[in-house]
Design a protein around this ligand. Structure first.
Ligand code: NAD
Length: 389
């Protein structure tokens, strides 16, 4: 921990050092959360994942100032008897483990449902049976489509927040038909939320549910062919970064008309730390964590990323930087999408006094600077290799 000053919670009470069992600690969000906990708090982390590449810089060398506060356990929660013991040893469990890339929802629906529902069941059970607090990561996808999306295109009601604002305690969850397998992820996340809520109501489980709204930043997913499979399709930030790094056109699925709000990972991590350290204010709540001020269509995101990348790489953008593709061509059969996602911030504001800070331009500048620094050389090398015939 950087300073010797005692940490206090939002009500002025002292924060006692705790042990946190973090499942999925080796992923995008986990890596940033571990960094924050090591740099700014006295808490100890038992980091569980099947991969550790994204937190390697926190685990080695053994001389790091926090070396005695982080332990990596390589395990798959699907089948590992160590899980219950690690949860029992901790004061708090944070579950981040999931298959959470849209390209998988309709092409690997079984894996998606198992990962987001079945595999999370023992985690909830062990927390409930052992009286341990749980922070579970759900998703903004549980809202599905907005009510407004069912109104006629030219209806003035579409401009009324009552028809699009997504509120934890008021909005319905609206999914497409079963054959649109895209909704397998959202539906599995919704059911695990309902189970956790019921464990709270019937058995007194102390829980907090987080609904992230498009958190983006360094270390998100992978760049295909460099630190991930060549044929893999990561989430939109990495897809667009990959195209920019390779000087290729950015593919806009169905015209890129979906609207999203993007939040910088570092702002979002501040919110999670407040939840960790203020259990009395966070327990029993579901929190939207997003930035309602950073709304764009995916097309606008592509245009902005093109501009920002040109600035940070000092390379001229392509004359026609984007190309339209159909969702069937890009994601395959069974794809569907949420039209618009604006998080209502009332509850998180009231409970934790938290607000996002970083503008979309600034977060893209910081993230694309990282992408360029980390991958540009490797991509150049990979692209100059002769292709096998
Ligand atoms: P990520 O894929 O980068 O991280 C998930 C981690 O979980 C990976 O490191 C993976 O190896 C690990 N994992 C998966 N299955 C496991 C298993 N069976 N055993 C052990 N480890 C396992 O994803 P992320 O972006 O860090 O997301 C974390 C959580 O937040 C997920 O639950 C996701 O659904 C949710 N979420 C994230 C966003 C976002 O904007 N990043 C949006 C909505 C929801």
């Amino acid at each position: 921990m950087a300073s010797g000053v005692a940490r206090v919670d939002l009500d002025g009470g002292p924060i006692k050092p705790m042990t946190i069992c973090m499942i999925g600690a080796g992923g995008f969000i986990g890596s940033h959360l571990c960094e924050k906990l090591m740099a700014e708090t006295p808490h100890k982390v038992l980091a569980l994942d099947v991969y550790s590449d994204k937190i390697k810089h926190l685990l080695e060398p053994a001389t790091l100032p926090w070396a005695d506060r982080i332990q990596f356990h390589r395990l798959n929660i699907k089948h590992d008897s160590r899980l219950e013991g690690l949860i029992k040893m901790s004061d708090l469990t944070i579950n981040l483990a999931a298959i959470c890339t849209p390209a998988d929802y309709n092409t690997r629906p079984l894996d998606t449902i198992y990962s987001n529902f079945i595999d999370a069941l023992p985690v909830v059970k062990y927390c409930s049976e052992n009286g341990k607090r749980l922070i579970h990561f759900s998703t903004c996808e549980v809202y599905g489509k907005t009510i407004g999306s069912f109104l006629p295109k030219d209806s003035p009601l579409r401009q009324d927040p009552a028809y699009y604002m997504l509120s934890e305690d008021a909005s319905p969850c609206i999914f497409g038909p079963i054959e649109k397998q895209r909704w397998s992820y959202a539906c599995a996340k919704q059911l695990i939320e309902r189970l956790i809520y019921a464990e709270g109501a019937e058995n007194g489980l102390e829980f907090t549910i987080v609904r992230p709204f498009n958190w983006i930043g360094p270390r998100m997913d992978f760049i295909p062919g460099i630190d991930g499979p060549s044929e893999g399709v990561p989430r939109v930030l990495a897809c667009f970064s990959n195209a920019l790094l390779r000087h290729q056109q950015l593919k806009l699925v169905d015209g890129g008309q979906s609207q999203r709000t993007f939040i910088f990972i570092k702002d979002a991590i501040e919110a999670v730390l407040l939840m960790i350290e203020n259990p009395a204010r966070a327990n029993g709540h579901i929190f939207n964590v997003g930035n309602p001020n950073n709304e764009v269509t995916v097309r606008q995101l592509a245009e902005m990323m093109t501009q920002v990348y040109s600035k940070v790489s000092d390379e001229a953008p392509l004359e026609v930087p984007t190309v339209d593709v159909s969702s069937k061509e890009f994601y395959g059969e069974g794809y569907d999408d949420s039209d618009k996602r604006i998080p209502d911030m009332t509850i998180i504001n009231r409970q934790l006094g938290w607000n996002p800070k970083t503008s979309l331009w600034d977060l893209l500048e910081s993230t694309l600077t990282y992408q360029h620094r980390t991958y540009a050389e490797a991509i150049k090398k990979a692209m100059s290799k002769p292709v096998a015939t």
